[in-house]
Design a protein around this ligand. Sequence first.
Ligand code: D5M
Ligand code: FE
Ligand code: ZN
Length: 663
Amino acid sequence: MRKNSNNQKGQVEIMERSNIIRAVMEKAYQISPEAVELIYSSDSPEDLLEYVLSTVNDSVIVIGIEDIDLQGFAVSRKASKLIYTGNREYSDFETSSELEPISPSEPVTSPDPDSITVNPDPAVESSQDPVSYAISVPDIVPDMVRNMDYEPVPGIQPDEPVPGIQSDTFESEEVLPSYLVSSSPSAAKTAPPIFSSSSSQAINRLASSFFGQENSLPSPSNRIFRGELSSSAPGSGLFSGSRDEYKNYPGRNPVTVISDITGHSTCVGEYMQFVQYFRDRYSRLSEIIRGRINARPIESLKRRNFRRGDGGSEEISIIGMVSDISNTTNGHKILSLEDPTGSFSVLIRNSDKELFEQASRVLLDEVIGVTGSVTNDGSLMLATKLIQPDIPNNIQRRTGSHGKAVLISDVHVGSSQFLEDAWLDFLDFLKGESDLDSMRELAASIRYVVIAGDLVDGIGIYPDQEMELDILDVYEQYRKAAEYIREIPEHIRVIISPGNHDAVRQAEPQPALPESIQADFPENVIFVGNPALVELDGVQILIYHGRSIDDLVASIPGVSYQEPAGAVLEMLKRRHLAPTYGSRVSISPEKKDYFIIDPVPDIIHTGHVHTFGVQRYKNVLLVNSGTWQDQTEFQKRVNLVPTPARVPIVDLEDFDVKILAFD
Ligand code: D5M
Ligand code: FE
Ligand code: ZN
């Protein structure tokens, strides 16, 4: 906010342009520069903005001047003058315009200098060609990082004393607050409606139950969602349907879309939808674990015959969703687990080093199995084993395909840091215009190009973004992107999935880009949602932009921006692309949990963090493609060093990966 000295009234504060963008963004819209200008230059921008936000509907993604009804505004003002006397309060507006300067929702943790290793990918070749094959490791300036004002690193839990656990005896009567150990409706009523999670973000989380206790769920701001925005035709039958229901794109380079939210969103943010979402998550992930352990419903643990000292010290297993993580004063860990029948506390002693290390990597809301014995008083389970839904060791990859797929992401067309020269060199390569025969041959074998989000930079994505944009209009950005994509030879199928900079709803799963944008792109482009499971001539690739990587880096020890594929590996072990609900990823509670990794794909392709990494895990290839955007001002401030213009090319026959560098 600033005083506008040009303003006739002298004293009236008006909004900065960036505050207009931010306030619009808060409501999950974007805004065109012309519309910003129109609001900014009106005599009452705050009122006008409030009015515009109250009148635009869910079919609008980008607020343009055509969405601003000045006449309606004038009429409504006249009417409000008749109704109100005295000063009017703009409480909604005030909250949205007084946000902190840099969005605190996306902190970047300091890179850990000790954890940097060069990715040991056997397919990396070295060459004297104009195109080099080396992967560079980003420089780290730890001092700069230390000077930054960071949030505490999540994952380090405050040592909260837990009632009843003062020593190493586990037989005490009163162990945990009742809202954690009881699932009866009466207990739910006494439970606080919201509690702070053990993550440093202290976000509002679901209350005592994931599984549907009444009175337990408030509606935090990131759980109010706009409806489906894409007008794309419905298609896939998701996981439940037969193959015929999948969306097929036949031809020389066939594509089948197996799972994609596009055209299937049912979410309006109602309470029961959250319950349904968590039930789906629990039932599908617990089913995977159930194949490996003989688990009982949590409710049955209340029976005395399981307890130690009652002659029932046998080991038993449960499967639950982690609703809380805390440390005892003696440094043991307590996980609260919930299943649809109840909740239970599991204690992991720090004397069991291996188990304790495993427990310190457990994330809120992930589904795990626990084996152990129940204490004498029936209040705690002493864990001896934690089981994740991890993929089987002997997983076979799909075979029968041939040719190659290029995996890229984070192009950021429109950004002033967009590396156009490198990008044009890449397009020349795809067109078969390289000087070297070997490069032309390689180009000729390419059948697919997959883009995992952030095709354009967008506008209003973060404060003051317009200072770093070459193209200020998001539609212009897409027109430019379409122009580039038209350069790609027609026989190559291009698959475009959105990211957080794209013009679709921010809540994930995100639908495919809207038809108005798709219309500019050539026939060989297929638009899918984020995430999307897609089959490229028989090879399954799970495409996910990767917003949750920011969370995983912040909460799992050893996971870093320098090795982003390591974060994807952690997703795979949990069989979930965004395990923790309500952190940086705003998840729309759809009927089905689209983030569950099932079936196991052959390739997982992510992006978002702008660093490059390739890893293999039990026959699954994990690729985090880098970016085509140079370091932004924000990234400079947090010392996030991107690895731009790297192009991984995957051989669909033997899953060999070649990495080209165009910088
Ligand atoms: O995100 C690129 C990476 O940089 C990702 O790790 C988030 C981080 N990032 C970028 N800009 C911001 C702002 N303004 N706040 C917090 N974190 C940020 P991308 O999606 O390409 O912007
Ligand atoms: Fe990006
Ligand atoms: Zn992104």
